[in-house]
Design a protein around this ligand. Sequence first.
Ligand code: CA
Length: 237
Amino acid sequence: MSEHAATERTTSGKVLVVEDEPALARALAINLRAHGWEVVTVPDGRSALDAAATGSPDVVVLDLGLPDLDGTEVIAGLRGWTNVPIVVLSARQHGEDKVEALDLGADDYVTKPFAMNELMARLRAAVRRAQDAGAPQVAEVVVGDLVVDLARKRVARAGEDVRLTPTEWAFLELLARNLGTLVPRDRILREVWGPAYLHEGHYLRVYAAQLRRKLEADPAHPRHLITSPGLGYTLEP
Ligand code: CA
């Protein structure tokens, strides 16, 4: 019977929920199972580290306020050996907790009280990003006279190396990995600057302009790094 269930089931993945409030832990488990997730819940930081090591979850939902370890210690502990996506839950309103959690390697952050739908969407997005990052990738993208070497993290224009800052590179790399496809503004902000920067749309304009100055023959009339106003950016082959 259990064997049958194991072969027949299609799950969204395995989620480890670290939450010390029993009512919320129960509500999370019920909702996650209803959305097809396989769920393990633990009430403290030490059992979280154990469960992550033995259960290999696809994503971790982590309350920052735990009875034994601080949630940030759990993030640091996990990041010592795994890139499993971590979505932090917290009642804390302070911006610095959020920044610290993200700096330590959390992938996203949801403030309590939150809507279950929103958490479900964040979890799916976190798992999708992790899967994209693990997918086989092309080594080199050629666009006109530009060669973007993804393996060596270098770009050359007409045979000459172009120096980019780490942020410029991250922006260009994301577009190059999605060559010819519109990459939405939110995705660029989230993946290049981090989920705390979703409202910093001006960064995109500033960095796109910098990249065009370095990469386009005529930065005022770009042929490769194309803006779709209000939507996002495309690297056109
Ligand atoms: Ca708590």
